[in-house]
Design a protein around this ligand. Structure first.
Ligand code: GUN
Length: 292
């Protein structure tokens, strides 16, 4: 079993990004500038946005964190997005999800200028991705593709079972894995909460991408020996043995599944770090596109 090491791969990619930013600046380009909008104070969202801002600093990007109250109206939030759309200093905009229930995430994402949509969630970005046109890819699926590429895992002809059908992970993952690229060229099955024979399908998988959002859902009896397992889950569970009283686990029962696998991503230090790489690569691309 080989661990797909998010620390190693993200470190390598971040170094590449840093160097590219330096080259870009040496040629007269300006620092990429990411604006992140955080509505309310959901602790997980706080942590994710904090990490994105910290990475901007580390890579030589500028960042602006816009904190807005949980009771902001949808119209006022969209007005903020539009203000950032028109701000020439800003290259990329992300609105951290989830949003409070009274705000439609679709309406807010639709308001982001597609040229600044570094999360790749806008319908134009998603449409371009579907058609195989150059665009901002959603950060998590993009990061997973970068990881497979780093380890030179040739996925052509493999059966890839994606569990989860969200717009930000499951659905784009199925599209990227089925494209005529390497990694890619896989035969893809998309499974979800209504799938009847999940275990039957996962047992046929050469690659499983678990993006369900349930702790340790994928168990050893669901995994074919030699399979590659990509765990997208980040779930906090109680753990009285820890000082904090809790710890993070993925959607895969790592301890029992890992011995079966050819490759597996850990949680933490796996896919989560790659998501940041995807976002940062998109932000650098947005800055370059704006000025060329
Ligand atoms: N919530 C969970 N994942 C993401 C992400 O990649 N981007 C944003 N904006 N919100 C998220």
């Amino acid at each position: 079993m080989q661990l797909l090491d998010g620390v190693l791969v993200s470190g390598h990619i971040k170094e590449q990004i840093k160097q590219e930013v330096q080259k870009w600046q040496a040629a007269g380009g300006k620092k990429p500038h990411l604006a992140a909008i955080l509505v309310g104070n959901n602790p997980a969202s706080e942590a994710y946005v904090g990490s994105k801002v910290k990475h901007c600093e580390e890579l030589g990007f500028d960042s602006t964190l816009l904190r807005l109250p949980a009771d902001i109206t949808e119209a006022a939030l969209i007005a903020e997005v539009e203000r950032l759309n028109h701000d020439a200093a800003i290259d990329g905009i992300l609105v951290q999800l989830p949003l409070p229930d009274h705000i439609s995430p679709d309406s807010v994402i639709n308001a982001i200028h597609p040229g600044k949509d570094v999360d790749g969630f806008h319908p134009i970005s998603q449409g371009r991705m579907l058609l195989g046109q150059p665009t901002f890819l959603p950060a998590t699926p993009y990061g997973i593709m970068l990881m497979l590429e780093y380890y030179k895992i040739n996925t052509a002809g493999m059966h890839c079972v994606v569990i989860g059908r969200s717009n930000i992970v499951g659905t784009p993952m199925t599209i990227l894995m089925s494209r005529a690229t390497n990694p890619g060229n896989a035969t893809v099955t998309m499974c979800h909460s209504r799938t009847r024979n999940l275990k039957e399908l996962t047992l046929q998988a050469d690659i499983i991408v678990a993006a369900i959002g349930r702790p340790r859902y994928v168990t050893a009896e669901m995994v074919k020996p030699g399979a590659i397992v990509i765990d997208v889950g980040i779930n906090r569970i109680d753990d009285p043995t820890r000082k904090s009283g809790s710890r993070l686990v993925g959607d895969v029962d790592f301890d029992n599944v890992a011995p079966l696998c050819s490759y597996i991503t850990p949680v933490p230090k796996g896919v989560g770090l790659m998501t940041i790489c995807g976002l940062m690569k998109n932000t650098l691309l947005a800055a370059k596109m704006k000025e060329t």
